[in-house]
Design a protein around this ligand. Structure first.
Ligand SMILES: N[C@@H](CCC[C@H](N)C(=O)O)C(=O)O
Length: 276
């Protein structure tokens, strides 16, 4: 069958977006791996699926698959692309657009400059719910890996993140420590690994080794988790800009119980059909 798709990106974190409201297809992990393959397929970090909602109080169901085929709970850069996709395809006129994900309900609002403001929901900080194995909840934890102790924050934005502070992201051990922490035994569902350099109280740099993908040019939920980690550690104010290798995101978090708000661009690259 020929499956129609749109190739999009959010700050270089790239996506194949598939509308399974107007097309019928029983998507399996091996299809995702084939489409995501950068040599033999279309190529993407994540495949995003637009579906009809399963409940009356939302507009769509948003499903997310990592390039390796695993279905995951949340994708922040993808959420902005999702909003642009359903708007450009005229699947909704609503603004904000309410969307259910496996990680909770998020709200997406497109502004006049076509940037998308995402209410990512409140961060989850209880270890059991992240999930993260710890005796008690704390702002930072000591994580032993590869014979060394690391001071980390553990946060879920619907999906699990661990955040480490580094002096300079350019020299952070993303390619070596990233995969070790991604598969660390204290994160039963594996974890996205963020390396954060705080520049001042309103600006930080971030590189993320994403679960199920590897390092990407940007990670929206990772930027939200780093924002929460920075505020909790007393390093960041409640409004800050994240510099990722693919560009910038504007973030705000007013503290525990409040949602993280992320604003940034969403770009369509091309449309196509893939035989599957
Ligand atoms: N790129 C994403 C996160 C995608 C999912 C992640 N790799 C996971 O496994 O949780 C973002 O922009 O948030």
């Amino acid at each position: 069958m020929l499956l129609k798709f749109t190739k999009m990106h959010g700050l270089g974190n790239d996506f194949v977006v598939v509308d399974l409201i107007t097309q019928r297809f029983n998507l399996k992990p091996h299809h995702v791996r084939k489409i995501a393959d950068r040599n033999f397929g279309v190529g993407c970090d994540q495949l995003l699926v637009v579906e009809a909602p399963s409940r009356p109080d939302v507009d769509f169901r948003y499903r997310i698959f990592n390039a390796e085929g695993s279905e995951v709970e949340q994708c922040g850069n993808g959420a902005r692309c999702f909003a642009r996709f359903v708007r450009d395809k005229k699947l909704t006129g609503n603004n904000p657009i309410r969307v259910e994900t496996a990680g909770g309900i998020i709200s997406l609002e497109i502004d006049e400059q076509k940037r998308v403001r995402v209410d990512m929901g409140a961060p989850i900080l209880e270890p059991d719910a992240i999930p993260f194995i710890a005796d008690a909840r704390a702002t930072t934890y000591t994580l032993e890996a590869d014979g060394r102790d690391y001071t980390v924050s553990a946060i879920s934005m619907g999906n699990p993140h661990v955040v480490l502070q580094v002096d300079d992201t350019r020299y952070a051990p993303v390619a070596t420590l990233g995969p070790i922490l991604e598969a660390h035994g204290r994160f039963p569902k594996r974890v996205n690994v963020g390396f954060m350099q705080v520049l001042d109280r309103q600006r930080f740099r971030l590189r993320v080794f994403e679960r199920g993908v590897g390092e990407t040019l940007a990670c929206g939920s990772g930027a939200c988790a780093a924002m929460v980690a920075g505020v909790q550690r007393g390093l960041l104010d409640s409004n800050a800009t994240a510099e990722l290798n693919g560009g910038e995101l504007i973030l705000s978090w007013q503290g525990e119980g409040h949602p993280v708000i992320m604003t940034g661009p969403a770009t369509t690259v091309f449309e196509g059909q893939v035989r599957i």
